[in-house]
Design a protein around this ligand. Structure first.
Ligand code: NDP
Length: 258
């Protein structure tokens, strides 16, 4: 099926690894133009290749509104348009609430909220001019199913889910759709780093299989970044023109709410 993305332009944050990288590769394969960022610009260029007619890479921290504005401006100058944004950059803080400092609480909230507010504010004029403006916020099933070992991240994810709904209400009349993709456990750099940090006896394959069993994932395994990229691309697609304010879970069934 043609998703209708060809010759459209998108901005993807956190595109040097995991879900962001898989999404960027899928959108490039679909014939889109892309403006992408991560803090480490060298790794970004290594993963996605040199800038060209359809690719603008910028080293930018999504928490820096001026850097996000520069990225947006580079996209406008190169492509003359932006049809959507994938707010993917981020990470998580593994800590129960009594071990979480006030600074960490603030940093988690700041990362989850301002990473989205900064890009939406910067790109709004371009998204408004598109005939198919769309924002996809990469979130976590933790937003609705908090985990005590990820206290601040769970709360910040819930705040982002709430904000996404507000943005959908507010931007719908301008023709911009805003949706969430909520992840369960996806096999990316995040989990590889955690495995290394634990320095345990199990190799990664066995460690991740045990993780999936411990978390009771009905499909019995972690997901792949590519399995997240497709639902993101499909929510960006103009074929999803009547979907806004929605949440798509990509978690192999780990979300136990109804
Ligand atoms: P990875 O760690 O593999 O990749 C994260 C990407 O984001 C990298 O490109 C990183 O590059 C970039 N990044 C991080 N912070 C910033 C920042 N402040 N500004 C710009 N870029 C940034 O993560 P995943 O692919 O696993 O995760 C993608 C998203 O999905 C994240 O928001 C994550 O929290 C969320 N998620 C992931 C889950 C999982 O199981 N993998 C589960 C639930 C949610 P650099 O370091 O160079 O900036």
């Amino acid at each position: 099926m043609d998703l209708g993305l060809r010759e459209r332009a998108y901005l993807v944050t956190g595109a040097s690894s995991g879900v962001g990288l898989a999404t960027a590769r899928l959108l490039l394969d679909e014939g889109c133009s892309l403006a992408v960022c991560a803090r480490d610009g060298d790794r970004l260029a290594r993963e996605l290749g040199p800038d060209g007619d359809r690719l603008v890479t910028t080293a930018a921290d999504v928490l820096d509104p001026e850097a996000v504005a520069r990225l947006t401006d580079a996209a406008r100058r190169r492509f003359g348009r932006l049809d959507g944004v994938v707010n993917n950059a981020g990470g998580s803080l593994m800590a129960p609430w009594p071990d979480t400092t006030r600074t960490q609480w603030r940093e988690e909230l700041e990362l989850k909220l301002f990473s989205v507010l900064n890009t939406v504010e910067a790109t709004l004029p371009l998204l408004s001019a598109s005939d198919a403006g769309a924002v996809v916020n990469v979130n976590a099933i933790l937003a609705r199913q908090p985990e005590p070992r990820l206290a601040a991240t769970s709360a910040a994810r819930a705040a982002l889910l709430n904000l996404t709904r507000t943005l959908a209400d507010d931007l719908g009349p301008r023709g911009i759709r805003v949706n969430s993709v909520c992840l369960g456990l996806i096999d990316t750099g995040q989990w590889r780093r955690r495995h290394e940090a634990e320095g345990g006896a199990l190799d990664y394959t066995r460690w991740s299989a045990r993780l999936a069993a411990d978390r009771g994932i009905p499909l019995g395994r972690l997901g792949t970044a590519e399995e997240v990229a497709f639902p993101i691309a499909s929510l960006l697609s103009p074929r999803s023109a009547y979907i806004t304010g929605a949440t798509v879970d990509v978690g192999g069934g780990v979300g136990r709410y109804v």
